[in-house]
Design a protein around this ligand. Structure first.
Ligand SMILES: Cc1cc2nc3c(=O)[nH]c(=O)nc-3n(C[C@H](O)[C@H](O)[C@H](O)COP(=O)(O)OP(=O)(O)OC[C@H]3O[C@@H](n4cnc5c(N)ncnc54)[C@H](O)[C@@H]3O)c2cc1C
Length: 455
């Protein structure tokens, strides 16, 4: 038994410390393609905060890297193992500690699955809005690690806007409490916000106080078909400029629509170049749906079909949520971009992606949180074909270059991880990068926390 494992077992039960090579291999990576994963030394599955502290103390002493993990549904390699690391999976710390309807907060452990929190707070007439499409799988800790977004973020905002306070185990094992559980609070620097989206490079979240909202009425969704993705982009601009606040505004291009039909046998309209879904969760959404339908027609929609009821609306949402999995089935492997541009440039981005697909002779399906300008151009390719794999990587990079050129960012919600490290430097520039590295050094002077990620 290695010194590392012996030391870990001093503060953890044997069932929480795993070294079986098959198990380690199955935990070594998240869902991103083209991201190297190293060989971990050990997998630790703690149930208590003190056990996490013990892991970090041992790791600091022995100078062993630690990779925090949630459900490993990430799409940037941020949860991938590095050689000789401790994989620190937080999935067993999955208690909802408290739901407080008066203060509209919940206190949760990091391994709570997003959908489980949503269901639990719904029983109190409340909602936790950030809703990644992976919500039945991903954890709140992972959502905090990546700064996750989702479908209803166009109205309600992203994870960062809902994290009020955190308990974080630092690299040396100390416990840091940040933020607050009050409605307001501005004492000191906002360390809570700093941890959101830090991808496990600054500390390990062991508890979070998250804000809740009163549960809105069920939403009604309208589907509009367009003859071009750019016309759908134009409709998004018209809807937002007219002052509407949809509870979702999502786009699927023809490739995605067809892929979803194949996967779910849904009967979505296959002749459309782009399908736009607009939802409203106000008590009487009829007038808004009608107005948005008119705006879609003015932008060139060939068909506008409001869902008849909430069940039909849910079906359309299920189709949208299945988009990434459906595209994966097209050729077996995908590279999922996450470029976010100002809404006014959405049409240019969509046209540009189509040109990139042609130039590289590839299928690239686009699904998008269109109301946020956040697109997921998804390169479908056969990973066993080296030439196609090379073209896939090149097209993926070309899309990020286009996003930056249009005034956007390389990642709206999936994070940098391993996949976009070199692109981060391009987006931030040297001064910002240096400041960020300085912050990392303050929290992690030995460089043991998720090394090789982000920077
Ligand atoms: C089909 C599909 C659809 C998706 N849709 C969306 C979407 O709509 N919106 C979106 O934003 N993302 C989406 N994603 C990506 C992914 O689900 C999110 O990034 C999610 O937040 C990751 O959560 P996780 O629990 O799987 O975390 P992991 O992938 O395990 O980890 C993600 C990052 O968080 C860090 N981390 C995990 N737990 C902790 C902790 N306790 N303390 C510190 N750091 C920690 C890890 O080190 C890593 O850097 C999708 C993924 C899939 C497969």
């Amino acid at each position: 038994m290695s010194d590392l494992v012996t030391r870990l077992l001093e503060g953890l039960p044997a069932e929480a410390v795993l070294t079986d090579t098959d198990v380690l291999a199955s935990y070594a990576h998240d869902m991103a393609s083209f991201c190297p994963a190293g060989a971990p030394a050990v997998l630790v599955l703690p149930r208590e905060r003190e056990q996490v502290q013990h892991v970090l103390r041992v790791a600091s002493e022995l100078r062993v890297p630690v990779v925090p993990q949630g459900a490993r549904s990430g799409l940037s390699g941020a949860a991938n193992a590095v050689d000789g690391c401790v994989l620190l999976s937080l999935v067993r710390m999955n208690r909802i500690v408290n739901i407080d309807p008066v203060n509209r907060i919940a206190v949760v452990e990091p391994g709570v699955v997003n959908a489980d929190l949503s269901k639990a707070v719904a029983g109190h007439g409340l909602a936790y809005p950030p809703d990644p499409s992976s919500w039945e799988q991903c954890t709140i800790g992972g959502n905090i690690g990546t700064g996750a977004g989702g479908l209803c973020c166009v109205k309600y905002g992203v994870t960062a806007e809902y994290v009020l306070g955190l308990d974080v185990v630092l690299a040396d094992g100390r416990l840091l409490s940040t933020g607050r559980s009050t409605a307001k609070g501005v004492a000191g620097y906002d360390l809570t916000r700093l941890f959101v989206g830090s991808e496990g490079t600054l500390g390990v979240v062991v508890r979070a106080v998250v804000a809740l909202r009163p549960a809105p009425p069920p939403q009604l969704v309208l589907a509009a078909e367009f003859g071009s993705a750019a016309a759908a982009g134009d409709a998004v601009c018209r809807i937002m400029a007219a002052g509407h606040t949809p509870s979702l505004l999502e786009l699927m291009d023809r490739t995605s629509v067809r892929a979803v039909n194949r996967l779910l046998k849904m009967g979505l309209p296959e002749s459309t170049e782009a399908l736009l879904l607009a939802g409203f969760d106000t008590p009487e959404p009829g007038a808004e749906l009608a107005a948005v339908g008119e705006l879609c027609r003015a932008a060139g929609a060939t068909e506008v079909v409001p869902a008849e009821d909430t069940a039909e609306s849910e079906m359309l949402l299920a189709a949208r949520r299945a988009g990434l999995s459906a595209l994966e089935a097209v050729k077996g492997t995908t590279m999922i971009d996450d470029v976010c541009v100002p809404r006014a440039r959405l049409a240019e981005l969509l046209d540009g992606v189509a040109r990139i697909a042609d130039r590289h002779r590839l299928t690239i399906g686009v699904i998008a949180h269109a109301g946020d300008g956040n697109t997921h151009p998804t390169v479908c390719f056969d990973a066993t074909d080296p030439d196609e794999s090379r073209r896939a990587r090149e097209s993926f990079d070309a899309i990020m270059a286009l996003g930056l050129q249009l005034g956007g960012t390389i990642t709206g919600e999936h994070g940098v991880g391993v996949l976009k490290r070199e692109w981060l430097a391009r987006e931030l520039g040297p001064d910002s990068l240096e400041v960020q590295r300085g912050i990392k050094a303050v929290f992690d002077p030995l460089g043991i926390l998720n090394p090789g990620k982000v920077f």
